[in-house]
Write a protein that binds this ligand. Structure first.
Ligand code: PHE
Length: 337
């Protein structure tokens, strides 16, 4: 065996038995380093007779390549070993962490549908605060100080005299205070009353207020708009009725009932909205607060409505009790996912 071949065998044996990367690096320096055996053979070459040079040169090249390849393989082996050691502590057969997907609350789903229908009818969104002045909640809505709604028993008053709004009709006033007619808005939001809580009453509930002010608005426009909305929501065969009613801020006024099977009591008319033609006294109060005559009742007329969102959702989704909407019971909410 040529001494170079011996050198190769020694190198390969040492590479194979190098215990770790540091040992391997020492082997590399020993054979391939600038002072290493292979390099020294390069020097030795120069002293050889001419005819031996090509033969030994070829052999030297082969030996260098064999050692380099063996080192690379061993490096790769150590790298793979490090990686499998890193994942050895992970049990890949364990189930992963489940992340539950949330879903929209049924009231939100109901609201999205309602807004979609009203948008197609040309209504824009408006809003106002939950904590209101008595002016926006009552006075401007033609509701005098001795009206029962203003009673401590019926309304949540704050020490500073403001109230948790008893209806979203406050947004009628705010919208008219901030923009001139014509106006066509809806205002969804919470309302608060000291109601006896039962299957269809809750101290906090939700309404969608609507207001349309223009020239020559009539009861026919009001009825047409609300019938269209309710039929879009519940289907063309939904049974709907308008009943005469009284609200201080509309004249004439109506309540709207929808026939529903949602309640445990069976098929029943459920009141879902109050509505009517905007009372001239409301326009006058708005003009007083604006300091102009933008809403002169001689020129402008309008209709307004307040839909009970929770009631609509009960009918739409067959929910027998209004309290389910606020109890946060996942068994209930999952049914709407
Ligand atoms: N604000 C009334 C209520 O909460 C509903 C309503 C709104 C009636 C607009 C007429 C016009 O009962």
């Amino acid at each position: 065996m040529h001494p170079l071949e011996e050198l190769r065998e020694r190198a390969l044996a040492q590479i194979a038995s190098a215990a770790d990367e540091r040992a391997l690096e020492a082997v590399r320096v020993q054979f391939l380093g600038r002072q290493g055996s292979v390099s020294q053979w390069g020097e030795t070459m120069k002293t050889l007779p001419k005819e031996q040079k090509p033969i030994v040169g070829k052999l030297l090249n082969e030996v260098r390549q064999a050692i380099t390849a063996a080192i690379e393989q061993r490096v790769e082996y150590f790298r793979a070993e490090r990686e499998s050691a890193a994942v050895a502590s992970i049990d890949i057969s364990l189930p992963g962490t489940q992340h539950e997907r949330g879903s929209l609350h049924p009231l939100t789903q109901m609201l999205d549908r309602a807004i979609g229908i009203f948008r197609r009818m040309g209504f824009a969104l408006a809003e106002g605060p939950d904590v209101e002045t008595e002016w926006h909640c009552f006075d401007a809505l033609n509701t005098p100080p001795d009206h029962p709604a203003r009673n401590e028993q019926d309304t949540f008053f704050l020490p500073d005299g403001r109230v948790l709004r008893t209806h979203t009709s406050t947004v009628q006033i705010r919208s008219m205070e901030s923009q001139r007619p014509p106006i066509r808005v809806i205002a969804p939001g919470a309302a608060f009353r000291r109601d006896e809580v039962d299957a269809t009453h809750s101290a906090q509930f939700h309404q969608i207020e609507g207001l349309y002010v223009d020239e020559d608005v009539s009861v026919a426009d009001l009825k047409g708009a609300l019938e269209f909305f309710l039929h879009e929501l519940f289907g063309a065969d939904a049974a709907i009725r308008f009943r005469p009613h009284f609200f201080p801020f509309t004249e004439p006024s109506f309540e709207i009932d929808v026939k529903s099977k949602a309640l445990k009591a069976g098929e029943k008319w459920i009141e879902v909205a109050g509505c009517g033609m905007v009372h001239p006294a409301v326009f006058e109060a708005v003009d007083k607060s604006r300091g102009d005559d933008a809403y002169n009742p001689e020129k402008w007329s309008g209709y307004a409505f307040g839909l009970g969102m929770d009631r609509l959702a009960m009918i739409l989704f067959d929910v027998p009790d209004i309290r389910f909407f606020a109890q946060n019971d996942l068994r209930f909410l999952r049914q709407f996912a």
